[in-house]
Design a protein. Structure first.
Lengths: 271, 123
């Protein structure tokens, strides 16, 4: 791929998805775009991109963007996060909501392992939840929604006992059981877009998403998350992720890595 | 701190080598056995903290070894992870009810094994 082609890809990713496509990912980008170019009937990646620049077709542009996002995820990634959620937050929030389902958003859910892990945690702890899981990538969402994972994927992070309890084995895959599917719903959303309705969540998980974003866009995403979160709600980032001047909307909770609550200025704005 | 100990029980020398590389990378001191009978002899002498166990092996299979291990003095101690090509749900359930702490389906990689060891509290 020519440096010029890569520059254009970089600005496409930044403007549409806020994604920071660093130069060290040039080889990876070519590798990821190869199968897409073949599916779309182009001889080469270069040919596909040339066609895209000449005539920007939205569907192709989004397919290119999807292929370059970072889909890496696994079950119960950052295990303490899931223990805090099921063991501490759910009991408190469920009591505060009078037993009504706790509303959870898995923002940037990729192939769904986070959403299913949350559903398992809630059902095993015996608390009603409604989980909405969103991602920018339609392909990732299709997999998430199917709830089907290979033997390789299913056991990354899940104990065998948990796997047997919550997944049915088929010829090829392990598939999320109906009880899990009943509490998780998947939809496409771009975290750069501001909310267009007033639906709000009790807990938001947006882990390992901001780290891949353009620093200039992180604040925008965090502001959107803040508007989607109830005032006494919680935000989880990855356990090693910090907010360094990205936003004043949230403050970290001491002793709970990755856990954030709304900061007083954000509460005042909301009021 | 004394290094933690792991016994790898598999009749394939190659699998033992691959598994050894992964668990040594996690700081374990590793011993090997080629079947359940060898493993049982080893455990009667020194009880390891973690055992990675194949199912199908000559002389004594993994399930028989596991059942005997759990009756030995101190035999409840080791965290036992089956690591096997057997992937049928009912066989996995059988292994867990025989006292396995977790179950790894081959093929696996370092990330899977590390996450399994973390879930059973061995790392």
């Amino acid at each position: 791929m020519s440096p010029e082609a890569f520059d254009r890809l970089q600005s496409l990713m930044a403007s549409r998805a806020g994604f920071r496509l660093t130069r060290d990912r040039m080889k990876l980008a070519e590798h990821r775009l190869g199968p897409l170019a073949r599916r779309e009937g182009y001889e080469t990646v270069e040919a596909m991109l040339a066609s895209l620049w000449a005539k920007p077709v939205a569907a192709l542009a989004w397919a290119v963007i999807e292929a370059l996002l970072n889909p890496e995820t696994w079950f119960r990634r950052d295990r303490p996060t899931f223990d805090t959620f099921a063991g501490e937050l759910l009991p408190a929030l469920s009591a505060a909501r009078g037993g009504a389902p706790v509303k959870v958003w898995s923002a940037g859910c990729s192939t769904g392992q986070e959403a299913w892990s949350l559903a398992i945690g809630a059902l095993e702890a015996g608390f009603p939840v409604e989980i909405v899981a969103t991602d920018l990538s339609q392909r990732a969402l299709e997999k998430a929604r199917s709830g089907a994972y290979t033997g390789f994927e299913i056991q990354r992070g899940l104990k065998a006992g948990t796997m047997l309890t919550w997944f049915d084995q088929t010829e090829e895959n392990w598939i999320a059981k109906p009880q899990l599917r009943a509490v998780a719903h998947f939809a496409r959303a771009n975290l750069l877009d501001p909310p267009t309705d007033d639906h709000r969540f009790d807990v938001i998980f947006c882990r390992h998403v901001l780290g891949d974003m353009e620093p200039a866009r992180r604040g925008q995403v965090l502001d959107n998350l803040e508007r989607r979160l109830v005032d006494d709600g919680c935000l989880f980032l990855g356990v090693e992720e910090v907010l360094e001047g990205d936003s004043i909307a949230f403050r970290p909770v001491a002793g709970r890595p990755g856990l954030f609550v709304k900061s007083p200025p954000a509460l005042r704005r909301a009021a | 701190m004394t290094p933690r100990t792991c016994l790898i029980v598999d009749d394939s020398r190659i699998i033992r080598k691959v598994a050894r590389r992964i668990v040594e990378g996690l700081g374990f001191e590793v011993d090997e056995a080629a079947d359940g009978s060898e493993a049982l002899t080893f455990c009667s002498g020194v009880m390891p903290e973690v055992i990675l166990l194949d199912w199908s092996m000559p002389v004594m299979d993994g399930l028989t070894f596991l059942r005997r291990l759990r009756t030995l003095a101190g035999g409840a101690g080791p965290k036992v992870l089956f690591c096997t090509i057997e992937t049928r749900a009912e066989r996995i359930a059988e292994a867990l009810s025989a006292g396995a702490d977790d179950y790894v389906m081959k093929p696996f990689d370092g990330e899977i094994l590390t996450s399994k060891l973390a879930e059973v509290g061995a790392v």
